[in-house]
Design a protein around this ligand. Structure first.
Ligand code: GAL
Length: 888
């Protein structure tokens, strides 16, 4: 079981979430959450923490219409929505005032509304991912946004109950992400909302709460042309109900930073924001104490106490908030650092508020102790240089859409880490909070990015429509939510915004955002992904770090060079916020093969616009990008460059450049289903060079190519390689510093066996073999990481791959027959996929064509069940395969 999860049967105990408390699903049942548990021995009565954080993920009713069914647009109700942001608007004169009256009654939001005919579902939920895909050139939602039906209005309804004790408390709704323009009613009254679909936000339910049943109604509204990529649709992240005493630690109300960090000691600065949400009554006086514990990643619990901040006192009148600051020095701190060279050690601070000796609130903050230095020669963490071997990741999880799943995100990160990736740019929006928890635990660096657009649009309904009203609240809320995560090492407040070229006015907007970051977090530096700002643009001077998209990496055309930025900003760290944008279809090789190390794709040159495939020789890129090989060479020539974030780690929904009629991207190093493309091994050879690996491409099953030139390329961190075709040497090659692949470009295809031996410093390093496959005869199933145990908690997932093989077990690389998946026992097939961007079969389908010999099924165990699930895959003319999943 992953360390961040705790078994359901232990959840009868009081549980702290970081920044959380007692967890149940709101129907008096406990549920699996991403949690830290405080160690309460079983027999002892739970100590009151003063705080409950209850998952509201289960038991919703949902309805969606593709057109706008009502007159409840954000524009109309904006006056009631804007005040939801007031905690994040620092100038109080600019805070919005809520109208004294409620807007008109909304029938759907009334407690009496009969929603029994609506769909029943649990969160996280993405209403669009089940499809069907829109096809054709006039699709309502085109290729850019993934051809999935995100548009229209979706309503979610659910009830929960509250006691008289609850009524005396503050009760908040915490939504980690809802796409988009969320507006929330409780018991028929409009509470507030938050338009930006990637934001996590809190609404105060207290004034509208009733003793007994309470009815939540949430309206979301997605416009067409609202994004350049797939945004998802619905309440796609977790939702919580937080019950606290009226005097409590505020929303994301702690901030711990470290200074004077060494292996000997570190000083921690703590700010606790205490709020008194009472509407009247006497002043509240509270003692504020915070203990620092080691976080034990194996139990997910707070371990040994190592320090205690000096206590403080907050005295607050009704409606007031106050920050209590303190510092403490920790001796011999266990530092947090990125893997593999360092260890991601974590701590937990437990803050308690007491009145009259009674604990009235308990709040946990997980954090790490580390130092950051941004030099003109790169990034240092705890004094050690860390070269950025990063990738960009969009928020969707392929066939699961945007519905967040810890298991799916964990799979993405683990595979990237195996490749040697040490950093993620959350292009171009705030990620799920749990993604940062995973990065903290796995020792992965995060470039945390918030916006793709500012005031100028990229598409007609994107964030520019609300930038002026919301940028401050969105940016401050994002920074306060994420700043305790040690994994976050760079803030980005924009990507390729048009304001780059806007002279003074663009630079002024950047400066305003920069100033907000400085106010909220003086410890980290900032960037914006710049593709057109030159070294001389006013814009480039505003950001702390020069983050370049495609500039400097060796493409032809008008890109700026690393050296131009270096001369202008000799003291700033320079790196690629986006590099490469190389494209390929996994396992699909097109001929002829360019002799260059990088080529823009077009028909006959790595591309086939009819079939919509791009050659997997991994030499092709969009015309503003470059192959991985070429990027590596340009980085080697500019050793002061701090590294890169490749566009992209995994394929994602939407943006199927260069073939807009497809559904998902070609940029990924790993395809949408999670199968590595050949490029994976090119990056692994450079980024994880200790792995003794050799990888041959293409496959060697070409019945129509006998005698034709079929280049063979090999990726390996070895420095020499010898290739054999049917036992005959095709030559031994040495690889110099400027070559990242071994290539034998003149091989005439003959069926049989290709074998390569690579060497390092004269000694054998790694071998690889590919054989010509015979006819497909069987389907072989395997579970991701051989994990054939699954929890029946409603969230855990098993990822089952099918390989089409011949009678000798060789992968049949062009197999494309339909595979039918089925399960016996208490399991559900959530989605299937094959990583083919042109496949328009909806993701929930149980039938999935193999693509280049592979397909994937994602299985969930039905909640609360036991026993085993038999997963089967069958296909015409082949022997089916099976696998047993055991429910933990
Ligand atoms: C960049 C952009 C990314 C993605 C990429 C594809 O210009 O910032 O979001 O569109 O191009 O190459």
């Amino acid at each position: 079981m992953p360390s961040h999860l705790i078994p359901a049967n232990r959840l009868w105990q009081s549980i702290f979430h970081w920044g959380g408390g007692l967890v149940s699903d709101g129907r008096n049942r406990t549920c699996q959450i991403f949690a830290l548990s405080a160690a309460f021995p079983r027999q002892e009565a739970p100590v009151s923490t003063g705080r409950e954080r209850i998952s509201l993920n289960l038991g919703w009713r949902f309805q969606r219409s593709t057109t706008s069914p009502d007159n409840l647009s954000y524009t109309k109700l904006k006056q009631w929505i804007l005040p939801s942001a007031n905690n994040f608007i620092v100038d109080t004169t600019k805070q919005a005032r809520r109208p004294a009256d409620q807007p008109d009654n909304v029938t759907i939001a009334q407690p009496s509304f009969d929603d029994s005919s609506w769909e029943k579902l649990n969160l996280p939920h993405d209403w669009a991912v089940k499809g069907p895909f829109y096809t054709g050139s006039n699709a309502v939602i085109g290729g850019g946004m993934g051809r999935l039906p995100i548009q229209g209005v979706g309503w979610y309804r659910r009830s929960f109950s509250a006691t008289a004790t609850d009524k005396a408390k503050s009760v908040y709704l915490d939504i980690d992400g809802a796409m988009s323009y969320a507006m929330v009613w409780l018991n028929g009254k409009l509470v507030g909302g938050w338009p930006y679909g990637y934001a996590s936000f809190r609404l105060d339910l207290t004034p509208y709460l009733s003793v007994g049943d309470n009815y939540l109604a949430i309206r979301l509204d997605n416009a067409v042309d609202s994004s350049r990529f797939y945004p998802g649709a619905g309440i796609y992240r977790n939702v919580w109900l937080t019950k606290v005493s009226t005097t409590h630690v505020g929303q994301t109300g702690t901030w711990i930073s470290s200074k004077q960090v060494s292996n000997q000691s570190a000083t921690l600065d703590l700010v606790v924001q205490v709020e008194n949400a009472a509407t009247g009554g006497a002043k509240a006086e509270v003692d504020v104490t915070t203990d620092v514990h080691i976080f034990d990643p194996t139990t997910g619990k707070a371990g040994e106490k190592v320090a205690q901040f000096p206590s403080g006192i907050a005295t607050l009148g009704a409606g007031q908030s106050q920050s209590v600051n303190s510092s403490v020095t920790v001796q011999k701190p266990r530092l947090w650092g990125p893997r593999p060279a360092q260890e991601p050690n974590l701590y937990v601070a437990i803050t308690r508020l007491r009145t009259g000796g009674q604990v009235i609130d308990t709040y946990e903050t997980r954090f790490g102790i580390r130092s950051l230095q941004y030099g003109n020669d790169g990034l240092r963490i705890n004094g050690q240089p860390v070269y950025l071997q990063g990738v960009n990741q969009h928020h969707d999880l392929g066939p699961l859409g945007s519905a967040f799943s810890v298991e799916a995100a964990e799979r993405q990160l683990s595979m990237l880490q195996d490749m040697g990736c040490n950093a993620i740019r959350t292009s171009h929006n705030p990620p799920a909070p749990e993604l940062l928890d995973l990065a903290d635990q796995k020792g992965i660096l995060i470039l945390d990015e918030i916006f793709d657009t500012w005031k100028s649009q990229k598409v007609r309904n994107d964030f520019h429509l609300i930038f002026n009203d919301w940028y401050e609240a969105d940016l401050r809320a994002f920074l306060r939510r994420d700043r305790n995560h040690p994994s976050v090492v760079i803030w980005s407040y924009g990507n390729e915004v048009s304001e780059q070229g806007g002279g003074k006015s663009g630079a002024d907007t950047a400066q305003r955002l920069e100033d907000i970051v400085r106010e909220e977090d003086p410890t980290r530096q900032t960037t914006v992904g710049m593709n057109s700002a030159t070294a001389d643009s006013a814009f480039s001077s505003v950001v702390d770090l020069i983050g370049l998209n495609y500039q400097g990496e060796g493409r032809t055309g008008s890109a700026g060079s690393f050296s131009a930025f270096r001369s202008k900003f000799p003291n700033k760290m320079i790196f690629s916020t986006e590099s490469a944008s190389a494209i390929s279809s996994r396992g699909t090789y097109l001929f002829p093969v360019t002799s260059a190390s990088s080529s823009a794709v077009k028909d006959g040159q790595g591309g086939d616009s009819k079939a919509m495939y791009v050659s997997a020789y991994e030499l092709y890129a969009v015309d503003w990008g470059a192959s991985a090989d070429k990027v590596f060479v340009s980085q080697d020539r500019a050793p002061y460059v701090a590294g890169e974030f490749v566009w992209t780690g995994w394929d994602y929904l939407g943006e199927p450049t260069p073939y807009n009629s497809a559904r998902s991207s070609y940029f990924g190093i790993i395809d949408l289903a999670g199968f590595p493309k050949d490029r994976f091994y090119l990056y692994q050879a450079r980024w994880n060079p200790n792995v003794k690996m050799a990888h041959i491409l293409p496959h060697w099953t070409w019945p129509d190519r006998v005698g034709q030139v079929t280049p063979v390329h090999v990726f390996s961190s070895g420095d020499e390689a010898e290739l054999f075709l049917n036992g005959v040497s095709q030559g031994r090659q040495k690889r110099d510093q400027s070559n990242y692949r071994f290539r034998w470009d003149k091989i005439a295809y003959q069926p049989g066996e290709l074998q390569v031996t690579t060497y390092k410093d004269g000694a054998i390093w790694a071998n690889a073999t590919v054989r010509t496959a015979r006819q497909a005869t069987q389907l072989k199933l395997s579970a991701y990481r051989d994990r054939s145990v699954i929890r029946a908690d409603g969230s855990d997932l098993a990822f089952i791959s099918v390989t089409v093989t011949d009678d000798k077990g060789n992968v049949v690389p062009q197999a494309s027959g339909t595979i039918t998946f089925s399960v016996q026992g208490p399991g559900t097939i959530v989605a299937t996929d094959n990583g083919d961007p042109t496949d328009m079969v909806p993701f929930p389908s149980k039938d999935r064509k193999a693509f280049a010999g592979l397909a994937l099924a994602i299985i969930r165990a039905n909640e609360g069940t036991t026993g085993t699930i038999a997963v089967k895959a069958t296909g015409t003319g082949v022997q089916g395969g099976g696998l047993i999943l055991k429910i933990a």
